[in-house]
Design a protein around this ligand. Structure first.
Ligand SMILES: [Fe+2]
Ligand SMILES: [Fe+2]
Length: 300
């Protein structure tokens, strides 16, 4: 990125390694294993139900693909970012993303994927548009384009992830409260990542306003791909109905509210619509945060 005016960025000490250790590793992760109470494992109602187990593998693979992209992109940004305090902050994010990758990898094994079959399973289930979205981000990072990398990974990808985790934290809690706890921890990490990314992008854009058009195009391309990924993930998916039936059998009644819908009474189309709306609102707010509100695509 050619510097017209050199941008000096110094992040505060609360975004350094020591604060991360105290707040995250020794804070909300203290006493957990893979983000859960140490002896927790998936419930039999999930493992012994072929529909729930197969669909859980399918969505966990998508989460793993997204987190692997976040890990690779964040690691690449450490070298691309010229500011020392940012490098240290990004090192904490690398550990967060690596932790997320590990949690979803272990989850796939718990769901019955054989260790030697991990790559085959990912290849079989990963949505091609999600892989395409990862390539869009990683191509920017490999080019050393810090601003595009931060927008692609730190804002668009992490806000898609955060909205998805918010929904999952609620729905997973019905059958598997321990895994819902792990999702809640991941969500806390993602909120930190998007807050910091917004702050860095705001500062960088003051020196590089000419990048706005290109960044808006990246956002449009990425959100186009995620719309297609969500369409295929939710429509005609047998999981919501089976989930509702099992929850009723277990007498888990009442509402599980998220984003204005009851997750125990919604079909795949309603869930897809609510999730896309949540992603759109999050992106709008972030783009406002760094002065690009007029460039935001309203896609739902
Ligand atoms: Fe993550
Ligand atoms: Fe993240």
């Amino acid at each position: 990125m050619a510097d017209r005016k050199p941008t000096r960025i110094a992040l505060p000490t609360e975004l350094g390694i020591q604060s991360w250790l105290e707040g995250c590793a020794q804070g909300y992760l203290a006493g957990t294993k893979d983000g859960r109470p140490p002896d927790a494992s998936p419930p039999r109602d999930l493992l012994e139900n072929p529909v729930l187990r197969a669909e859980s593998i399918r969505y966990t693979v998508q989460l793993l693909v997204a987190e692997r992209c976040s890990l690779a992109a964040t690691a690449g940004l450490i070298n691309a970012a010229p500011w020392e305090s940012c490098k240290r902050y990004l090192a904490t994010q690398v550990l967060d993303e690596a932790r997320h990758v590990e949690i979803f990898t272990e989850r796939l094994y718990e769901l019955g994927v054989e260790r030697g079959e991990l790559d085959v399973t990912i290849h079989e289930y990963a949505h091609p548009d999600l892989l395409g979205l990862s390539e869009l981000v990683l191509e920017r990072v490999h080019r050393g384009d810090v601003l595009a990398g931060l927008v692609g990974q730190g804002i668009v990808l992490d806000e898609i992830a955060a909205a998805t985790y918010e929904m999952l934290e609620q729905s997973v809690a019905v059958l598997d409260p321990a895994f819902s706890h792990a999702i809640g921890g991941i969500l806390r990490d993602e909120r930190r990542h998007t807050d910091v990314a917004e702050r860095l992008i705001r500062e960088l854009l003051t020196s590089h306003p000419e990048k706005k058009v290109e960044l808006a195009k990246l956002q449009r391309e990425m959100t186009g791909l995620i719309v297609r990924t969500f369409e295929d993930a939710f429509r005609e998916n047998p999981m919501p109905e089976e989930f509702r039936r099992v929850a009723a059998e277990l007498r888990r009644e009442g509402e599980v509210l998220w984003a204005g819908i009851d997750l125990l009474a919604s079909d795949g189309r309603e869930m897809e619509k609510a999730l896309l709306h949540a992603v759109g609102e999050r992106l709008k707010t972030r783009f406002q945060g760094f002065g690009m509100e007029s460039y935001t695509t309203v896609f739902v």
